[in-house]
Design a protein around this ligand. Structure first.
Ligand SMILES: Nc1nc2c(ncn2[C@@H]2O[C@H](COP(=O)(O)OP(=O)(O)OP(=O)(O)O)[C@@H](O)[C@H]2O)c(=O)[nH]1
Ligand SMILES: Nc1nc2c(ncn2[C@@H]2O[C@H](COP(=O)(O)OP(=O)(O)OP(=O)(O)O)[C@@H](O)[C@H]2O)c(=O)[nH]1
Ligand SMILES: [Mg+2]
Ligand SMILES: [Mg+2]
Ligand SMILES: [Zn+2]
Ligand SMILES: [Zn+2]
Lengths: 212, 212
């Protein structure tokens, strides 16, 4: 009990710090390789096009692949290696916030480690959260992980261009999510080509024009 | 330290129990949705065709999707829901072994929860282990998770039929694995169509004919 209480306290502190700086913050979590980084890359370019300054926190077990991809898009980024931990926690995010120029940011994306279980128990203190899955993982992803889908209000089903090749009907995932979380929103995307990204940003409250 | 010591003890007990019954056992782990169940389905059919009796332990956070797929292929199977745990452990496997007719099995596959981090720290006591990843997860899967790939001697890179569609060169994963684990073997498969399955079974020591 105490651990969760402590996590919530730390998450609350992060939330306050981000609000004090007027930063819109989004946690991006989901399955391994579902397209989290690709979606954020697209979002960075789109939001910078609207004149917003974007920062990122990239968490991976090892390496800095995602971090370098964010830097290459012009975001200022902090890399975190969680090593044997398969999820980020609020304490680590608190440290990462110290390494970001919060006074110069409008938006922050925090990419968690690929995992559909633990992140449900470790709130980070961001304002919004997206769970990204991919049709290539199968049509059972939502019903196999009810907890994380019950508590998130925005789901992205990515790589819909590959649905036929894996024999998955995206509507199956849509129906499973509606059954677990009737008020949540779910968007089908092809993040690689940018399809659906504006819709996701609009649902997050960024008034992007739907010009794509 | 104590936890790991305890885990090793429990794993050792499972290992002894399986050897006493003359059962060839394989842990199948890997990323979420990489094709673990599809690969095991193919292996069940292939090994049954050689007159072997196959059992399975199917672990998922929730539900019994994988378990039912194994039953449908004629394996006798036990389902485990790990709920908030994102990995199987030897203790849970010990209980599952009690629910299997060990005297009537020649082969056992244990499918872990999709996760490339924790399972590296929780040995289950099986004789062999395979880590299954998919090209659809990106070309960085091996270098992002060095620990699990350093300690496993057989890797399957699945869904190679989709490599061009995601823009991934499977040889990049092959090279990363060779750098981390020069003695390990890596097989490219399309488990959905059965391609590469015989090669995997041969490397596990099952003298399958390469008739496919
Ligand atoms: N065909 C297709 N490929 C995609 C799409 N989105 C991402 N990819 C590819 O999928 C692979 C993984 O994408 P990433 O964005 O790295 O995924 P991730 O969720 O950030 O991965 P991790 O951080 O390693 O968990 C890459 O090879 C991408 O090019 C898509 O919409 N369609
Ligand atoms: N195109 C293609 N699709 C595949 C291949 N192997 C598996 N699939 C599809 O990929 C999806 C996931 O496969 P599963 O076997 O359920 O994957 P898993 O690793 O057992 O998934 P979890 O147990 O949920 O982690 C399913 O829709 C399969 O049909 C393959 O070689 N090629
Ligand atoms: Mg990423
Ligand atoms: Mg499975
Ligand atoms: Zn975890
Ligand atoms: Zn775990």
């Amino acid at each position: 009990e105490d651990i969760l209480g402590r996590q919530l306290e730390l998450a609350e502190a992060n939330y306050k710090k981000l609000r004090e700086h007027g930063i819109r913050s989004v946690s991006v979590l989901g399955a391994i390789g579902s397209g989290k980084t690709t979606l954020i890359e697209r979002a960075i370019v789109r939001l910078q096009g609207e004149g917003l300054r974007v920062g990122t926190i990239a968490a991976d077990s090892a390496g800095d692949d995602d971090h370098r991809r964010f830097l290459a898009k012009g975001a200022c980024s902090v890399n975190i290696n969680t090593q044997d931990d398969c999820h980020l926690d609020a304490h680590t995010v608190d440290h990462a916030l110290d390494d970001l120029p919060l006074g110069e940011l409008d938006v922050l994306f925090v990419e968690n480690v690929g995992n559909l279980i633990c992140p449900a128990d470790f709130p980070l203190g961001t304002e919004r959260e997206i769970v990204v899955i991919s049709v290539t993982e199968g049509d059972d992803m939502v019903r196999k992980h009810p907890k994380i889908f019950a508590q998130t209000d925005l789901v992205v089903v990515n790589k819909v261009d590959l649905a036929a090749a894996v024999g998955v009907d995206p509507q199956r995932l849509v129906a499973d999510y509606a059954a677990i979380n009737p008020h949540g929103k779910i968007v089908l995307t092809e993040a690689k080509g940018g399809r659906g990204v504006d819709e996701v940003l609009a649902l997050l409250g960024f008034p992007c024009t739907n010009t794509q």
